[in-house]
Design a protein around this ligand. Structure first.
Ligand code: NAD
Ligand code: MG
Length: 399
């Protein structure tokens, strides 16, 4: 068989219409960086942010979306003033955020952090749009519902998380039954070699300083506790419909091999690259094609050595908590996610010690009876309950 070539006439397809949810964040601004470098390939429909109006205004004036939305209604007047005379529509509030996600587009970049991204991401999925998913928490807290909605609507979910994007690039979806194992790589974070005793007094500044990746505060803390890998395990189970016993975590401090898929014939396929989220973001934006990115090129001879080790769940109990939550099923991952969000926030605010983050998650999981999740209302209810219970426990720890 001849090697497949691109069909003729596809050299300059019509620009893709894109909405970026969470445009002011780390993933959001990397997405706009790529869009800005390829103005002939993309037009922006909507940009959304929580409350960083100055940055949202700057972005909107640069990429000229049809609408800019802030989730925080208190920021509305500033946004309106900042974009007055620009011809760009403005709106504020949660409802406006969901409406922005529903505007007809070719692709929605879901890059809000946390469960706050669930409703708008779900709204885009329900419409059957192609969703580039960075917001892993929405899959963790409502994975079954989200995947069901994507299937029902005929939409597409493209993984942006570097590990899942790597798997997506090397996974032969029609041969999923011939996959023996998926290896999710983890950098191990800034405390990879720390003992539990050394982790006791670490500060938010130390925990946010990731050795390889530059990311938002929440995911940086998740990387330091390795809860990020726990969330990613749950994300992978939903995205690829593979049971958790076929997914292994592999610590790889250089962050070059972004993940691997092992097939029954003994072949192991991996995707590699320098740690720059613009590569996986570009893969989702250009899918099913590829596009050029300015990411630094991989120089393996310069790196010289790639190393791998097994994760240590004694020092990083988040991995076990995530595996157990998956096993329990129902709303357990929702509780895990919500309590982790509350604990990370408390740690960032100096109200909680680093090792207490996973303690809060474990306690919260133990204090709430898990039941089945059959609607977004169920998810919301459990999320609120878990935040309340986690908050109470934190108040007790801090007292
Ligand atoms: P970030 O904190 O830098 O940005 C978050 C964005 O979400 C901002 O635009 C913010 O305004 C918006 N936001 C926050 N709270 C909101 C709310 N309540 N309502 C509406 N909008 C809100 O986060 P990030 O690092 O860009 O991460 C975004 C998502 O992508 C997360 O789910 C993260 O796990 C995932 N992710 C990030 C990276 C990375 O390299 N940064 C890599 C893989 C996956
Ligand atoms: Mg990741």
């Amino acid at each position: 068989m001849a090697v497949a070539t691109r069909p003729a006439g596809e050299e300059s397809p019509a620009p893709k219409k894109v909405t970026v949810l969470g445009s002011t964040g780390s993933i959001g601004s990397s997405t706009l960086d790529l869009i800005g470098r390829n103005p002939e390939s993309f037009v922006v429909e909507a940009l959304t942010a929580n409350r960083r109006v100055d940055e949202l205004v700057r972005q909107a004036l640069a990429v000229r979306p049809r609408i800019a939305v802030v989730a925080d209604e208190g920021a509305y007047q500033d946004l309106r003033a900042g974009l007055s005379g620009s011809g760009i529509e403005v709106a504020a509030g949660k409802k406006a955020l969901v409406e922005a996600a529903q505007r007809p587009v070719d692709i929605v970049m879901a890059a809000i952090v946390g469960a706050a991204g669930l409703e708008p991401t779900m709204a885009a999925a329900k419409r059957g749009y192609t969703v580039a998913l960075a917001n892993k928490e929405s899959l963790v807290c409502a994975g079954d519902l989200m995947m069901r909605e994507v299937e029902r609507s005929g939409g597409v979910l493209l993984p942006v998380d570097s590990e899942h994007n790597a798997i997506f690039q090397v996974l032969e979806l029609d041969r999923i039954d011939q996959v023996e194992k998926i290896f999710l790589t983890a950098s191990g974070g800034p405390f990879r070699t720390f003992s539990r005793e050394q982790m006791v007094g670490v500060s938010p500044e130390q925990a946010v300083a990731h050795p390889n990746w530059s990311m938002g505060a929440k995911i940086s803390i998740d990387s330091a506790t390795m809860m990020n890998k726990g969330l990613e395990l749950i994300e992978a189970v939903h995205l690829f419909k593979v049971s958790q016993d076929r997914i292994e975590i592999l610590v790889h401090p250089q962050s070059v091999v972004h993940s691997l898929v092992a097939y029954e014939d003994g072949s192991v396929l991996a995707q590699m690259g320098t740690p720059d989220m613009r590569t996986p973001i570009s893969y989702a934006l250009a899918w099913p094609h590829r596009m050029r990115t300015p990411s630094q090129r991989l120089d393996l001879a310069e790196i010289a050595q790639l190393t791998f080790e097994r994760p240590d769940s004694k020092r990083f109990p988040a991995l076990t908590l995530a595996r157990e939550a998956l096993k329990t099923g129902g709303g357990a991952p929702t509780i895990l996610n919500a309590s982790n969000e509350v604990a990370v926030q408390a740690f960032l605010e100096g109200k909680l010690g680093f090792l207490d983050i996973t303690r809060v998650v474990e306690e919260t999981l133990g204090r709430i009876a898990v039941h089945q999740i059959s609607s977004i209302a169920d998810v919301h209810h459990l999320d609120v309950e878990a935040r309340r219970v986690a908050g109470e426990f934190i108040a007790g720890v801090a007292a």
